[in-house]
Design a binder for this molecule. Structure first.
Ligand SMILES: [Zn+2]
Length: 334
């Protein structure tokens, strides 16, 4: 079968690899769509991420945000229907076929008839966004700031809008991403490449300084860090900005991946009583809930799919996903 195989940083090759052999109680999925995830991209750019438990041996097939149809079942696999359309999560989606073990099958969810394979392949990143929003637990009267408008940040915006009427502010460096955030219902978008977004937010919503002598208590209840820090970035991190912006006893939800260690003044966390929450992946019920949000049309994932590539163009697809200005979600269609 054909597959896009990871050989090392910036080296993904379209190759012939053996088609998976099935054991009894396993199924074969014909992959129809597979999104390139931020975590795939970190691996693509920098190589392994052992500290996150994302160790990818060279020669591995990336891609875990996939959907497809079951074309073969060996023996008994009661939860799965031959010909059925499903989405789930495991590695190896950048290929024509994928072996579905009983464990993977136990976490598969059927794709409703009127939902495309591409939309279904965005269920996993939406579940990641949903998990972050569930940690923030927003209410109607709150103000939430989303720093970074990639697929996760925009999904956070969608999940907030689907749930309550909180005021949402999205900050990014890309005009295209911010335009999309506006289209998806953000109350305010700030282009940090054109203005000092932190200064503007302080002006709009007040600040809670470390001394707490400042009477203008910040009105920002939660900041989502969907930007993290790349290996080579040297300036003030979004995390530092977020800790400075949030109100006393507010929440900072960190949902980004950090390619290096960053320095923060923990006195800000302590003195302001900030609830600093790490958000990693999702729970199985959140995965189901994400698909339900798509099925019920409470949100629309289609505008987030900006590029499609055949599997033979995998290398170009990864390079395109690296273009943060242009690409939100790049989908491979094996
Ligand atoms: Zn992912």
């Amino acid at each position: 079968m054909k597959a896009a195989v990871f050989h090392g940083p910036r080296d993904i090759r379209f190759e012939d690899v053996p088609k998976p052999e099935l054991n009894d109680g396993e199924a074969l999925m014909r992959i129809r769509a597979c999104g390139i995830c931020g975590s795939d991209l970190h691996t693509y750019r920098e190589g392994l991420f052992p500290q996150l438990g994302l160790e990818i041996a060279q020669g591995r097939i990336l891609g875990h945000e996939y959907s497809g149809e079951i074309v073969e079942i060996r023996g008994e696999l009661p939860s799965i229907r031959l010909g059925g359309r499903y989405t789930t999560v495991s590695m190896g989606g950048n290929a024509e076929f994928l072996r579905i073990t009983p464990f993977i099958a136990s976490r598969m969810i059927p794709i409703p008839d009127d939902i495309s394979f591409e939309e279904a392949a965005t269920t996993e990143p939406l579940a990641t966004s949903l998990h972050a929003v569930n940690l923030a637990d927003p209410r109607d009267d709150q103000t939430l700031v989303i720093m970074g408008a990639g697929i996760i940040g925009l999904g956070i915006l969608q999940a907030i809008k689907a749930r309550c009427r909180a005021r949402t502010i999205v900050v990014d460096l890309s005009a295209r991403r911010l335009a999309l955030a506006g289209q998806l219902g953000a109350d305010l978008t700030l282009d940090a490449s054109r203005e000092d977004a932190v200064a503007r937010l302080r002006k709009l919503h007040g600040t809670t300084d470390l001394s707490l002598l400042d009477s203008s208590e910040s009105a920002i209840d939660t900041v989502f860090d969907c930007a993290g820090a790349t290996a080579h970035y040297k300036g003030t991190t979004v995390l530092e900005q977020a800790l400075g912006l949030v109100r006393q006893n507010g929440k900072v939800v960190v949902v980004a991946v950090f390619e290096r260690k960053v320095e923060v003044d923990l006195n800000v966390v302590v003195r302001k009583g900030v609830q600093l929450l790490g958000s990693w992946a999702w729970t199985p019920p959140e995965f189901v809930q994400a698909m339900e949000l798509i099925r019920s049309r409470k949100l629309d994932r289609k505008p987030l799919i900006t590029h499609r590539f055949a599997l033979e163009q995998a290398s170009l697809a990864y390079e395109t996903q690296m273009q943060a200005n242009e690409a939100i979600k790049v989908v491979l269609t094996p």
